[in-house]
Design a protein around this ligand. Structure first.
Ligand SMILES: C[S@@+](CC[C@H](N)C(=O)[O-])C[C@H]1O[C@@H](n2cnc3c(N)ncnc32)[C@H](O)[C@@H]1O
Length: 213
């Protein structure tokens, strides 16, 4: 991956991060060893901070893998909150379930296996936070679906919006991921109901505040 921030700047930010607990550390090492593309601690702190700052109780994740971002959200929402975990891969879901059980937060997480967009459609109600981290070609479809499900004053947040910097260039023929993210970013910034900022940490995190009524 081409780095968005200069390598030494990213390393400097990482050096400031307080050590995570043993379980998060174990998940980070597992992700590193098995190439699981988790948000990582610098961005996970943003997710936690956003959720806490709006007192989020209901969070829906689109694409949860081994449950790393899920665990940060589960801690942010507290014992009375609910985080919806989604992934197409049952092996990921089993691993996530085990980590979340060990973290003592499994009761506040609903584990849903299958297509995240379908799961979101099938889950009634509004959410304080929706976190989008599915396959990149699906980002335009997520944008058509998810913001309407965020409560006014809630947050829609999306990972990988800078896509190793590829979004700043004309996409190569057949590079449907870059094309989809570019379309997503354009429409996200143009949206009348969302107020968006891209935080250029790691691979780029788009934070969109849904207008209050
Ligand atoms: C980038 S990883 C998620 C990482 C996780 N959000 C974290 O930061 O800890 C993306 C995950 O989404 C899953 N995925 C991709 N497209 C999906 C879809 N349409 N529905 C459900 N899961 C999907 C993949 O199996 C993969 O595990």
């Amino acid at each position: 991956m081409r780095k968005i921030l200069e390598t030494d700047v990213q390393a400097y930010i990482n050096s400031l991060l307080p050590a995570r607990d043993a379980l998060l550390g174990e998940m980070e090492r597992y992700a590193e060893r098995h190439d699981v593309p988790i948000v990582g601690p610098a961005c996970a702190r943003v997710l936690f901070q956003l959720a806490r700052s709006i007192k989020a109780r209901r969070v829906f994740e689109l694409g949860s893998a081994i449950g790393y971002s899920t665990l940060w959200f589960a801690r942010a929402v507290g014992p009375r909150g609910t985080v919806f975990y989604t992934d197409t891969d049952p092996a990921n879901a089993r691993r996530a379930e085990e980590y979340l059980r060990r973290a003592g937060v499994l009761r506040r997480v609903r584990i849903l296996v299958g297509d995240a967009l379908g799961m979101l459609k099938a889950t009634p109600g509004q959410f304080d936070v929706i976190f989008n981290d599915v396959n990149k070609v699906q980002y335009p479809a997520v944008l058509r679906l998810a913001p309407a499900r965020v409560r006014p004053g809630g947050i829609f947040v999306t990972d990988n919006v800078l896509w190793s910097g590829w979004v700043a260039r004309a996409p190569a023929r057949g590079d449907n991921d870059t094309r989809a993210i570019q379309e997503f970013n354009r429409k996200l910034y143009r949206s009348k109901e969302l107020f968006t900022t891209v935080v250029p940490l790691r691979d780029g995190l788009a934070v969109s505040l849904k207008s209050a009524p």
